[in-house]
Design a protein around this ligand. Structure first.
Ligand code: 2ND
Ligand code: ZN
Length: 392
């Protein structure tokens, strides 16, 4: 019996199931999405042809997208990460980075995302001779272009970036300095990614100490392939304000036969300090961090009051979108507008934005969008063809 099975709490209050279209139109906030995990398959193929990269498994877009999802569906984070060799191969010039970032903003806006923090590892984009600053500038310029295109099409999106260091590499101090140097100029914070097993984040303590001394915002991938110990290190040693995935915090939660829940000290700390868990269900199924949507700990953690938000991780590699992630949870747990709104407000509260901007995002965009959606869900507002009010 899983933790979720044992915990008997009230079920979601939704009056009826949200449609895919309603979920897509609802304003969503995405905090965990990798730039190099979310390219359009057709763009990879075009860029590969232009630079003479011949190692793609196929040059047909639908087949390539399928290949990524299947290859990543391995049950192992390490094998999941191997697929990124093909995306990073075509992300080695300023022009390619600009295009990929602009398209990312357009794709997220089409999925109803109004605010996103998109991450990537600048050190993985230097094979063509770019400096770290040039990489960051090209990506930022691409996102500004994407935001302009989205606005010109009558929608809205704002995108910040998170700069990743890689756990297995030794450039974390450089990347931390880069994130601080570009802070408030398109870069919202710092992350550490890559294989978790055998690569403890604490090995990069110097970088985290520097980030703390600068008051920089930090998220850490942890509790994905390794358990609570990795989350403890991320939070208490590295000073993480959010945790990427973090689902293995359940190692520190016990539920007895009567359904009584006890949080260990680490789980209590994470919940009490409102450290957001950037949960990515589909990615977790692929890497073996969870066995199925109904068994995924996201529902348990939400019910226990953790600051949980919902994310894509890698839209191409995991073959997903924000809309699809919400649909999976709707189908597994009966979630409706109330739960969709809760995840979105949690994400907005945990965003690495200044306080006044977070407040404006919640009060002016998120809450009005969900008030409309809830009214519709209760059948109080007639559904009109082409009505985009919920996405405004
Ligand atoms: O889920 C993940 N866990 C750890 N590392 C990841 C995950 N998804 C992507 N990455 C890695 C692969 C990318 O090349 C890198 C930077 O975006 O981050
Ligand atoms: Zn990730």
């Amino acid at each position: 019996m899983t933790l979720s099975d044992k915990l008997r709490l009230e079920s979601p209050t939704s009056a009826r199931s949200l449609t895919e279209d309603q979920i897509r139109r609802a304003p969503k906030v995405l905090l965990h999405d990798h730039l190099d995990g979310g390219l359009r398959a057709a763009t990879i193929i075009e860029l590969a042809a232009a630079i003479g990269y011949r190692d793609l498994p196929t040059t047909e877009p639908v087949a390539l997208a399928d290949w990524f999802r299947d290859a990543a569906d391995s049950g192992s984070l390490e094998r999941y990460l191997e697929t990124f060799a093909h995306t990073c191969a075509v992300m080695q010039s300023a022009e390619a980075l600009f295009r990929i970032a602009a398209e990312c903003a357009e794709d997220l806006a089409a999925d109803g995302v109004v605010y996103a923090e998109v991450r990537y590892a600048p050190e993985q984009h230097q094979a063509g001779g770019l400096t770290l600053d040039q990489v960051v500038e090209a990506v930022n310029a691409g996102f500004r272009e994407g935001e302009r295109r989205v606005a010109a099409a009558g929608r809205r999106i704002r995108v910040g970036t998170l700069l990743c260091a890689m756990r297995h590499a030794d450039r974390a101090v450089e990347i931390a300095e880069l994130a601080v140097a570009h802070r408030d100029r398109g870069v919202a914070g710092f992350d550490i990614a890559g294989g978790e097993i055998g690569n403890p984040a604490g090995r990069h303590a110097e970088a985290f100490d520097y980030l703390r001394s600068q008051g920089a915002r930090v998220t850490v991938h942890a509790g994905e392939a390794v358990g609570a110990e990795s989350i403890r290190e991320a939070v208490l040693r590295c000073g993480a304000h959010r945790i990427g995935h973090g689902v293995r915090i359940t190692d520190d939660i016990t539920i007895d036969a009567d359904g009584r829940v006890t949080l260990g000290r680490l789980a209590s700390y994470v919940r009490d300090q409102r450290i957001a868990l950037e949960v990515c269900p589909t990615s977790n199924l692929q890497t073996g961090a969870a066995v199925g949507y109904p068994e995924h700990p996201v529902d348990l953690l939400r019910r226990l009051g953790f600051r949980v938000c919902l994310n894509t991780d890698n839209r191409l590699v995991s073959g997903t979108t924000m809309t699809e992630e919400f649909q999976h949870l709707r189908d597994a747990f009966g979630y409706g507008a109330a739960e969709l709104e809760e995840f979105t407000v949690h994400a907005a509260k945990a965003a690495f934005l200044p306080f006044d901007e977070r407040t404006a995002l919640i009060n002016e965009v998120v809450l009005p969008g969900y008030a409309h959606l809830r009214a519709r869900e209760l059948g109080r507002v007639p559904v009109r063809e082409g009505d985009a009010a919920a996405a405004a």
